[in-house]
Write a protein that binds this ligand. Structure first.
Ligand SMILES: Cc1cc2nc3c(=O)[nH]c(=O)nc-3n(C[C@H](O)[C@H](O)[C@H](O)COP(=O)(O)O)c2cc1C
Length: 313
């Protein structure tokens, strides 16, 4: 049974990747993830705000200073044999881009750029926001030769075209999707409640939609991030077109050994369906991709609403 996959030009022994999060903070946890079967690890992000010459006390909330981040990356590379993907979180051009090079020099096998940006002004068109994203990828590309994956939000007006332009700018992969912090409101104090909840498998659906929709329209390697909890979720992401599947919430909830359960579930499913490899499953099971446009198109939308009305009237 061949579970291996190619992602960003890297050979992964299976599709399961520990996603960007505090899971990479300690070497011990990283080793446990590797022992449990993780095929690669994405480090937590280094934020452009940390790299823009702010006074030291402004950096206090961050867990790692930029220098510590690079040292930690070196240590991860020394201790692990699986690929280590460094992560930069940035939305503007700036001197921070040099850090991409430092990450490469420290041994990063690839780079994930998380484009976490929320427009706040009424004079910034979607085109300006998108151009800036392409420019960031182009810039980073000038500084590094390692593969670049871009972690996106699902709220892009025309994702297939946006993906195409990111590829032109030098990206090799897309991570679908990042999650914005969505604070709640306390109606007693009228204050906001900062929240970063862990996901549930419900969060996977929008990822499946876009994996399936993009897969046949892009040469970029696709990675699923968000809502992958059980083996079934891993399988769904793969058959929708993901070359790698990133996990954070489920590992925080169930511990690193959960990866073993997921890999067993994936193997059982491949055996049951007579697939000799994950690649074969991804390329042969094209039901969802074939049906993706139909299933999510306006006709189906109207049919579903109509059926619902019939059943509930
Ligand atoms: C506590 C926490 C910290 C995170 N830190 C980062 C980060 O530094 N960079 C990043 O790109 N994503 C970060 N994420 C987002 C995750 O990488 C992932 O995209 C998200 O949690 C959805 O995947 P999941 O359903 O497997 O949790 C973080 C998520 C959590 C819960």
């Amino acid at each position: 049974m061949n579970l291996s996959t190619q992602y960003l030009g890297l050979h992964l022994k299976n599709p399961i990747v520990a996603g960007a999060s505090p899971l990479s903070f300690s070497l011990e946890m990283a080793k446990r993830l590797e022992e449990a079967g993780a095929a690669a690890i994405v480090m937590h992000s280094l934020f452009e705000e940390q790299l823009s010459g702010l006074p030291q006390q402004s950096l206090a909330p961050y867990h790692f200073t930029p220098e510590q981040y690079i040292q930690h990356l070196r240590a991860l590379k020394r201790e692990l044999s699986i690929p280590v993907i460094a992560s930069l979180n940035s939305v503007r051009e700036g001197a921070w881009v040099r850090y991409a090079q430092y990450m490469q020099d420290a041994g990063a096998d690839a780079l994930e750029i998380n484009l976490y940006y929320l427009p706040r002004t009424d004079n910034e068109s979607s085109s300006i926001v998108e151009q800036r994203a392409f420019q960031i990828v182009r810039l980073v590309r000038q500084f590094v030769s390692i593969p670049i994956a871009v972690k996106l939000s699902p709220w892009i007006t025309s994702l297939p075209q946006f993906a195409h332009r990111l590829e032109e700018a030098g990206a090799s992969g897309l991570v679908l999707f990042n999650r914005f912090v969505q604070p709640d409101i306390d109606i007693k104090t009228f204050k906001t409640i900062p929240k970063l909840d862990l996901t549930t498998p419900e969060d996977l659906l929008i990822r499946l939609h876009w994996l399936a929709a993009l897969h046949s329209r892009t040469r970029l390697d696709l990675s699923a991030s968000g809502g992958v909890h059980g083996a079934n979720d891993v399988i769904k992401a793969i058959v929708a077109g993901a070359r790698s599947v990133q996990l954070v919430s489920t590992l925080m909830l169930n511990g690193p050994d959960h990866i073993k359960t997921l890999l067993e579930g994936l193997k059982d499913w491949l055996t049951l369906n007579n697939f000799p490899s994950v690649d074969e499953a991804r390329t042969r099971v094209d039901t969802l991709r074939r049906d993706a446009d139909k299933a999510t198109g306006r006709e189906n939308y109207i049919r579903i609403i109509h059926n619902w009305e019939r059943q509930h009237s």
